[in-house]
Design a protein around this ligand. Structure first.
Ligand code: ZN
Length: 247
């Protein structure tokens, strides 16, 4: 579900003729440069009644917060659950109208579909949506620009929970915690996108996600690290961006 992150070493010339690293101009946030012992916890592909409420319970127990990148194919049938996310102090971002890769559409279609999805999500939450995560982390320069033209900021990640891979739970916990240095953006899922979301990505992985989250947050707490939203983490520093175009 992750894609290869390509780091560019190009430099871009700005309108004023000042050379700046291209990543600062064309890059997508992958983490936050900060000294604060915090990470951003992100959940993609939901929300769903079967999983998300259990995730909310664990977050409450650890006094942790998260950013949920929701799919409209899941948010639309259960707007009450989306509102529960905000009411519990979490942040709601957009993952897409559905889970089809942006490369399935022309840049113009990406713009129109994403705008409609954003507007619909804002109607549900009553709050403005700032963050967007492209399905599979796939975006091209033109499609990235189409999303940005709507005032949305695409956000990727620097660490993962491997919660879609067929590996022992202990490996997932280890993988997540190893990746969570200060300022990390951690990728997790409260659903597995399927035909409802316009995709067919094989069998749904058997993962106890409340157990996984409990063990990850516990391990982070042992290291004095807490989990919060993308916006709150950004409040402690500034984005580290990476040029990441795949698809
Ligand atoms: Zn996804």
């Amino acid at each position: 579900m992750s894609s290869v992150l390509r780091t560019g070493s190009l430099r871009a010339r700005t309108a004023r003729g000042v050379l700046r690293p291209a990543a600062r101009v064309l890059g997508t946030p992958v983490r936050v440069r900060t000294d604060a012992p915090r990470i951003a916890l992100t959940f993609d592909d939901g929300p769903v009644r079967a999983v998300t409420p259990g995730i909310l319970d664990v977050l409450r127990d650890f006094d942790a917060r998260a950013t949920f990148f929701v799919l409209m194919t899941r948010a639309r049938p259960d707007p009450g659950l989306v509102r529960e996310l905000g009411a519990a102090g979490h942040e709601v971002g957009l993952h897409g109208a559905d889970h089809r890769s942006l490369r399935t559409f022309t840049p113009g279609e990406v713009r129109d579909r994403t705008r409609r999805a954003r507007d619909e999500l804002e109607q549900i939450t009553g709050a403005s949506v700032t963050w967007f995560r492209p399905p599979y982390g796939e975006q091209s320069p033109a499609r990235w620009a189409a999303v940005r033209s709507l005032g949305l900021e695409p956000v990727l990640w620097s660490a993962t929970t491997w919660d879609w891979k067929d590996v022992p739970q202990a490996r997932r916990v280890e993988k997540a915690i190893d990746g969570c240095s200060a300022g990390a953006i951690l990728l997790a899922h409260d659903n597995f996108a399927d035909e409802v979301d316009g995709v067919s990505d094989g069998p749904r992985p058997e993962v106890d996600k409340t157990d996984l989250l409990t063990r990850v947050l516990s391990g982070l707490a042992d290291r004095g690290t807490s989990a919060t939203t993308v916006s709150e983490l950004l409040g402690t520093g500034r984005f580290e961006r990476r040029i990441s175009f795949a698809g």
